[in-house]
Design a protein around this ligand. Structure first.
Ligand code: MG
Ligand code: MG
Length: 276
């Protein structure tokens, strides 16, 4: 007989995930405030680690086998899993930062994208800002659908539907969202597109990291020689946005947003409900 831990958390377990979510949000806010021409991605990594450790938490990316940093920093044609280091950010860069904290055995996971202004290349900056807006909007569309969905497949369909309505964008197929709890990566899989499958039941106790990865051109990517960085084949720009979201008896709550997702969900008519 095989005993598997249920993917659905108890109310007490959901409450335990509030703190690591907020610590993750704080770390990303610290990084966002620092992103500017001249800073290195390694300095951003150090800033995120400081915030996480000051809160008494641990960078959970360092618990992933073979990964030794607090954040992933993916620049321009890099979409996800970029390794922070000596790279110096420049005007016009689009930078996706992914980070997570583990606190008292529970995890948070979230990602943001920032575009650095460049007055000399207004068209490039506008294209990249639009890409980030579309990706972020698709994340909120997916989270909003979680509030009413009966199965997780509806979330992926909502994300794809949102993106397809915005123009010609590619959605990465080989990288997906996931359940989150005691481990950063748990079942079930959360696709960012319609698969035709119903997916896991959406019911109280489900906690998922929803994370659309979107590019300006073709969705085809390759992994760079560092064995991590996922980069577009055609050189198109990438954006990655992510939140960890809990479903509970009263509704949904975005664990990695300081307002529980109120601002992001408002355009979709969804009001997040604090975990009791
Ligand atoms: Mg992440
Ligand atoms: Mg994730």
């Amino acid at each position: 007989m095989v005993f598997r831990r249920s993917i659905y958390k108890t109310p007490a377990q959901l409450r335990a995930m509030i703190a690591p979510g907020l610590i993750t949000a704080d770390a990303l806010e610290a990084v966002r405030a620092l992103i500017a021409p001249g800073i290195t991605t390694g300095e951003l990594d150090a800033a995120a680690e400081r915030v996480i450790r000051a809160a008494g938490a641990e960078p959970n990316f360092k618990l992933v086998k073979g990964y030794h940093h607090t954040v992933c920093a993916s620049v321009n044609e890099q979409v996800v899993h970029g390794i922070p280091g000596e790279r110096v950010l420049a005007p016009g860069d689009i930078v996706s930062i992914d980070a997570g904290a583990q606190f008292e055995g529970w995890n948070g996971d979230s990602a943001i994208t920032v575009v650095i202004p460049d007055p000399s290349r207004p068209e490039l900056v506008a294209e990249r800002e639009r890409l980030s807006d579309v990706t972020r909007g698709s994340l909120w569309a997916g989270i909003a659908r979680l509030a009413t969905a009966s199965h997780l497949g509806e979330v992926g369909a909502a994300i794809q539907e949102y993106i397809d309505a915005q123009g010609q964008y590619g959605i990465l197929r080989d990288y997906v969202g996931h359940g989150i709890g005691r481990k950063m990566h748990e079942p079930p899989t959360v696709f960012n597109y319609a698969t035709g499958e119903r997916g896991a039941d959406v019911r109280p106790g489900l906690v998922v990291a929803i994370e659309p990865m979107v590019v300006t051109g073709d969705q085809e990517t390759f992994v760079e020689d560092d064995d991590w960085t996922v980069t577009t084949v055609d050189g198109g720009s990438g954006s990655h946005w992510e939140h960890s979201v809990a479903v509970h008896d009263g509704g949904i709550w975005v664990l990695t947003a300081v307002d529980g997702g109120a601002e992001g969900l408002a355009p979709f008519g969804v009001v997040p409900v604090p975990i009791p």
